[in-house]
Ligand binder design. Structure first.
Ligand SMILES: Cc1cc2nc3c(=O)[nH]c(=O)nc-3n(C[C@H](O)[C@H](O)[C@H](O)COP(=O)(O)OP(=O)(O)OC[C@H]3O[C@@H](n4cnc5c(N)ncnc54)[C@H](O)[C@@H]3O)c2cc1C
Length: 287
């Protein structure tokens, strides 16, 4: 779905508006992860053959042991390199998307909270923070916030905390990096580093729809930045923010009709940029 979703997104928005750059990605392996490394190594050929069945591309993953000399990391032993992973500018993506729907005459009402939905045979009553709206059909696409309308479904919020550095002079780091089995993620944005993760330090605390930061996770991000990613340079943090993902026991999204004239497309599993446009299409079809 991620592969197909990204092809769809490229068609829908256009490559130039996405600022798409295929700089590749590296799954970093530390000394402590040697067993995991060997297990993954055994399966690499199998993984590549399965990826080829979907994408038609051979040898997507290769081993890159030269990682430290390329990027001067500390404590990183080896890496798996994915030559196909890319980076996009999601701000520009949303800007273009909004422009496209406005051109089609679709109205966006911002800053209004939906409190309650009541479905009748002919339409849906939507109780909002500014009064009632009637609709013929409703698609619930609130992802990590969806429990409010779907109390019995397997979907919960997962907060992700992120930091962005100030511009770094002569930054050589270019691409996307996954650390500790993907619980941490970092990439360059021009000459800055964006770094997020650490949810595994406190799953319970990060199962929340409240935006915000915690000392424990902010410290772990700063520690990773200063001691592993940029051990030889003093870098300063410019911004911190958080976002809410929608997760469940499976990685598949929930796409279904739940009541007459009401359907849902939620639980993107932290992959909604890649798969969101496909999920949207499917929800529209079942509506
Ligand atoms: C730090 C971070 C990094 C990520 N990285 C990637 C990545 O590399 N690749 C990738 O594919 N995905 C990534 N994701 C996931 C991706 O951002 C999400 O899957 C995607 O944004 C989900 O889009 P959505 O429109 O379904 O939901 P959202 O963007 O969460 O939108 C839901 C909206 O519903 C609103 N809402 C909720 N309840 C109500 C209510 N009662 N009334 C009115 N409005 C309501 C919310 O305010 C919100 O604006 C990342 C997410 C985070 C947080």
């Amino acid at each position: 779905m991620r592969w197909k979703g990204l092809q769809n997104l490229k068609k829908l928005i256009g490559i130039s508006y996405l600022d798409l750059q295929i700089n590749g990605s590296w799954d970093l392996i530390t000394n402590a992860e040697n067993n995991q490394y060997l297990k993954t190594l055994e399966k690499l050929e199998y993984l590549n053959s399965k990826i080829k069945e979907i994408t038609g591309e051979s040898n997507t993953y290769t081993i890159d042991t030269d990682i430290n000399s390329k990027f001067s990391f500390k404590g990183v032993n080896s890496s798996f390199y994915n030559r196909l992973e890319g980076q996009i500018n999601t701000g520009k993506m949303m800007e273009k998307f909004h422009q496209k729907i406005t051109e089609k005459g679709i109205k966006c009402l911002f800053g209004i909270e939906v409190k309650k939905l009541e479905s009748t045979n002919n339409n849906v009553h939507i109780e909002t923070s500014i009064g009632e709206i009637k609709a013929l059909k409703v698609a619930i696409c609130t992802n990590g916030f969806a429990k409010q309308f779907l109390p019995d479904q397997d979907v919960k919020p997962a907060r992700a905390q992120v930091i962005i550095t100030k511009p770094i002079h002569n930054l050589t780091l270019k691409g996307t990096f996954h650390y500790q089995q993907g619980y941490y993620y970092f990439r360059n944005i021009d000459n800055r580093i964006l770094l997020g993760g650490g949810r595994n330090l406190n799953f319970e605390g990060e199962t929340t729809t409240d935006f915000g930061q915690t000392e424990q996770i902010q410290d772990s991000l700063k520690n990773l930045l200063n001691n592993v990613i940029m051990p030889n340079k003093k870098v300063e943090i410019d911004f911190t923010w958080s976002g809410i993902m929608g997760v469940g026991t499976t990685k598949k999204p929930i796409i279904q009709q739940i009541k007459p004239n009401i359907s849902v497309g939620v639980r993107m599993g932290g992959m909604g940029v890649a798969i969101g446009s496909l999920v949207g299409q499917k929800v529209a079809e079942i509506l």
